[in-house]
Design a protein around this ligand. Structure first.
Ligand code: 5GP
Length: 115
């Protein structure tokens, strides 16, 4: 699965993307079809299909993903105004790329997703 995963290819720089952040655990890059002025994806460097596949051992890494999301929000100038983080999980959750990712979305006032 890792061989055909587009996000894993982006992590390994085998596919093109605008990478904003990368360390030994996670990578952050711009979504190719942004739904807001700022739309960034934060993914683990290792292949994890979805939140359903998260293991106990991944606890530190998942926390790191959120810390990096906040750091990128600062860099992108959306920290003060606020932003939204979304994790679509499985077909009913709207997940279309089966590599765990946080959507970091901001730069405009959004309607409440449940409202
Ligand atoms: P999901 O629907 O799985 O929650 O989100 C997948 C996201 O990945 C979508 O917002 C889609 O625009 C983005 N995406 C899909 N393929 C690519 C790609 O090749 N490069 C980048 N940068 N984003 C992608």
């Amino acid at each position: 699965m890792v061989d055909i995963c587009i996000f894993c290819k982006i992590v390994k720089k085998e596919a093109k993307a605008t990478i904003l952040f990368q360390d030994d655990q996670v990578t952050g890059f711009r979504d190719v079809h942004p739904v807001a002025p700022t739309h960034i994806l934060i993914v683990p460097n290792k292949h994890i299909e979805s939140l359903n596949d998260l293991m106990e051992i991944d606890k530190t890494m998942i926390g790191h993903m959120f810390v990096i999301a906040r750091q990128i929000a600062v860099q992108e100038g959306i920290y003060e105004g606020g932003y939204r983080i979304i994790v679509n999980t499985g077909p009913d959750g709207g997940q279309t790329v089966f590599q765990l990712h946080l959507h970091l979305i901001g730069g405009q006032r959004m309607r409440h997703p449940l409202g």
